[in-house]
Structures are given as C-alpha cells and as structure tokens.
Design a protein around this ligand. Structure first.
Ligand SMILES: Nc1ncnc2c1ncn2[C@@H]1O[C@H](COP(=O)(O)OP(=O)(O)O)[C@@H](O)[C@H]1O
Ligand SMILES: CSC[C@H]1O[C@H](OP(=O)(O)O)[C@H](O)[C@@H]1O
Length: 405
C-alpha cells in the first residue's frame, strides 16, 4: 500500500479521512464509491474513524491524534508523537503476540494517524464485564501478552545496544507526565484535577494525611520515573482491551515507554478488582454476583500464573543475561515485579476513584448511596495494597484482599 504523505498536519473529519484511506487500496474502486464513515472515538485523547463498505462489510479504523487532549480541549496541548509511539508499539507487540493486537495497515507520523484492523465484532472489556459477561481466554491472553512483551523487550533478552536504542525510540515524556501526575501525584494531594463527591472528603483527606501511604507512593512514582526495565503498554486498563468469546485484542498503546515490569499487569489487575467491587451493585442475582466475582478472581490468579510461567519458559529457553542460570535470579525478578505490581494496582484503584479519569464500573452504579459505599471500599483497598506490598507474597493472598474488600 502506498500513499501520498500530506505535507502538514490537519485534524481529519468524516470527509477528509477518505483522502487517507482511498490511496491505500484496501477498498476497491467500486467499494470506494459507497463508503460509510463515522467518528466513534469515546476515549479521552484521540479521534477514531470507522470506515466501512456496507455491501461487503469490509471495514478499517483510522485513529488520529489531536494536538491536545480531547477530553479537556485545546487548553491541554499534547504531542502528536504519541501516534508514532502507538503505531510502533503495535508493530513491536505484533512481533511476539500477533494474535493479541490489531493489525496495522498504515501509519503516517505527519498526520499522526494509524490505520488498523477493525475490531467492531469485539466489545470493550470494561463494558462486557459491567454487563456480567465472562471471557474464558482472557487470563491466558493477557498473561501471555504481558509476559512476552516484557521478556522480548528486556535486558534479559536484547543486546544492550538494541535495548538502549529501543528505550530512546519509546521515549514518551508527555504521556508519561500524564501518568506521573494523574496516577502518582494529584490523587495524593489536594489538587484541582481531582474529581470526587463531597461525601468522600473525609476518606480522601485520610489518604492525603497518611504519611506511611505517601512514602510508599513516592517510591512507586520514583520507580516509574527511573526504572526502564521493559517496553510497557503503559495504560493497560479494561478500556484498552477488546474481547469476544474466543479472542482478545490489546489496543491503544500510546502511553508505551520503557518502565517498571510490574506496571501493566498491575493496571489490568486493578481494573478487574474495581469491577469485582462494583459487581456487588451491578449483578442482578446473588448467584450471578458470586459466579462473576469468582470468575474475576480466578482471572486475576490465572493471569499472574500465566505471566510467571510464560516468562520463566522464555527465560529458560532464550535468556542471554550472564546470570540467567544462577539460582534465584529469575525468582528474585518475579518476586520484585509482583510486589511492585501490588503497589501500582493500589495507585490505579485510588486514582480511578478520586482522580481525573474515572471508571464506569463505579461511576455507573445507579444509587448514589451505594456508589459512595463502594467508592469508600475502593479507597480502602487501594490504600491497603500500597501499604501491604511486602506482606502480600503470592497471588492467592492478593485475591484474598480483593475478595475481602
Ligand atoms: N481497532 C479498532 N476497531 C474498532 N473500534 C476501535 C478500534 N480502536 C478503537 N476503537 C474504538 O474507539 C474507542 C477509542 O479508542 P482508543 O484507542 O481507546 O482511543 P483513546 O486513545 O482516545 O482512548 C474505543 O473504545 C473503541 O470503541
Ligand atoms: C487526560 S488523559 C486521562 C486518562 O486517559 C487515558 O486513558 P484512555 O486514553 O484509555 O481514555 C489514560 O488512562 C489517562 O490517565
């Protein structure tokens, strides 16, 4: 596929996006005459166009970065380079887990677009979980995704020159700053980006005044700033995962960068934990609630176990690190990753409850009193995970904490 690159950036609309798509020859001449275009972006940052030929049902997606954060507007400028990062991360991920990411058909860093496979036959995991759906392959798929993308991007596998080249390629300072602020800073101080109901003021102040908690968050934040271990997705919440019964696709890696190994898996676990909590309000019947919650906890356990087994297998077969065969080195890495993940999960749970960007799992609880009750529970769980990182030594203990929240 070839395309005439546009000389300058311009935001696309439902007409001009066709100028990007037509030269790709994805649609033939007849199909091109009747294409249906719809902007479907529901995320915080970008435009997403769905382009379909209704007679053949052939379709693709054009995602374009705006020079600002869509959720706030032009007062929050944001680098277009995030589109390059997203395309390159999708291509990199496709080298180790091609079945778990959308295919990239074309990308253009001037226009800040990625043209990719249409996944409209899938649903966003968060929506499916809130509706009480379960996905049998989810744990295996996310455990595999996190383990393979971690191992193949790490110093345990890559030559040190190549690793450092990759760290440079995925330098993503503006998007990292969003996470540094919205996940690791603002929710722990009285900051104007925070968003919580007045009824939670006491619980929130308790967090702001908890020196032990703040010391732990400071360490997690510092590790996020400094620990370039693996290429992360960077925002692996349940809104970044598309699912259908037998398929999982991880989308939206525009926050990708080299960071601490426990971060992605922590965000996945945290978002399942938030759904677990919210099912006390969403699930229609007690039986449904119990089986959904059991599914969520089993998924968390199986994801970690798959991660750890897959990483171990890759290590045994392919590690190039001179200490790879030294007893205890792999075990130490996995244990440190696990402990850090518990802390990161706690931060994600807290920020999704009182920070700028919330989750529908909690926000869509219909009765205000019930919503407040479970938001308080979320804050308690998040704080407990951060403060007990070192005491929680295995995945069963972690799911016990989530079950007990
Ligand atoms: N490959 C795709 N196929 C179908 N729909 C998609 C695809 N990528 C994104 N979308 C839709 O667009 C929405 C926003 O996409 P996302 O990548 O999360 O954008 P943002 O970066 O703004 O958060 C998704 O929730 C989904 O509904
Ligand atoms: C102003 S960005 C807030 C929030 O949005 C991102 O998520 P998404 O692009 O998937 O909607 C990311 O989680 C940021 O922290």
């Amino acid at each position: 596929m070839s395309i005439q690159v546009k000389p300058t950036y311009e935001p696309l609309n439902e007409q001009t996006v066709l100028d990007v798509v037509k030269p790709l020859d994805f649609f033939d001449a007849v199909e091109q005459k009747s294409l249906l275009v719809k902007e479907i972006g529901d995320g915080n940052l970008n435009l997403v166009f769905h382009i379909e030929d209704p007679s053949s049902n052939k379709a693709l997606i054009v995602k374009q970065a705006l020079p600002y954060a869509k959720v706030v507007g032009e007062s929050w400028p944001l680098t277009l380079d995030r589109a390059r990062i997203e395309s390159e991360a999708l291509l990199r991920e496709a080298e180790s887990v091609p079945h778990l990411v959308p295919k990239v058909y074309y990308s253009d860093s001037t226009l800040a677009v990625t043209v990719m496979e249409d996944l409209s036959d899938h649903v966003i995991l968060r929506k499916g979980l809130i509706e009480g759906q379960t996905y049998p392959n989810l744990a295996e798929d996310i455990g595999t995704f996190t383990a393979k993308t971690a191992f193949y991007s790490s110093d345990f596998y890559l030559h040190p020159f190549e690793k450092k080249e990759q760290v440079g390629r995925f330098s993503n300072p503006e998007l990292c700053k969003i996470t540094e602020d919205l996940v690791f800073t603002d929710p722990f101080f009285n900051h104007d980006t925070n968003d919580f109901p007045a009824e939670l003021q006491n619980e929130v102040e308790k967090i702001w005044n908890d020196k032990e908690l703040l010391r732990e968050v400071a360490q997690l934040r510092y590790a996020f700033l400094t620990k370039a271990e693996i290429l992360l997705h960077g925002d692996l919440h349940s809104g970044s995962i598309f699912v259908k019964h037998d398929s999982t696709k991880v989308i939206d890696p525009e926050f990708a960068f080299y960071g601490p190994a426990g971060f992605d898996i922590a965000h996945f676990i945290a978002n399942l934990a938030l759904n677990h909590l919210s099912q006390n309000a969403h699930a229609k019947e007690p039986f449904n609630r119990e089986s959904l919650q059991t599914y969520l906890l089993q998924t968390i356990e199986k994801t970690w176990n798959t991660y750890s087994e897959t990483f171990t297998q890759l290590w045994n077969e392919k590690a190039t690190d001179p200490f790879a065969k030294t007893e205890g080195v792999l075990e130490n890495f996995l244990q440190k990753t696990f402990q850090e993940a518990i802390g990161y999960a706690g931060c994600e749970i807290i920020r999704r409850t009182i920070g700028l960007a919330h989750v529908a799992d909690l926000d869509s609880i219909p009765q205000k009193e019930v919503e407040l009750f479970y938001k308080k529970k979320a804050l308690e769980l998040g704080s407990a995970l951060i403060k007990n990182q070192e005491k929680i030594t295995n995945i069963k203990e972690l799911t016990d904490w989530i079950r007990g929240a």
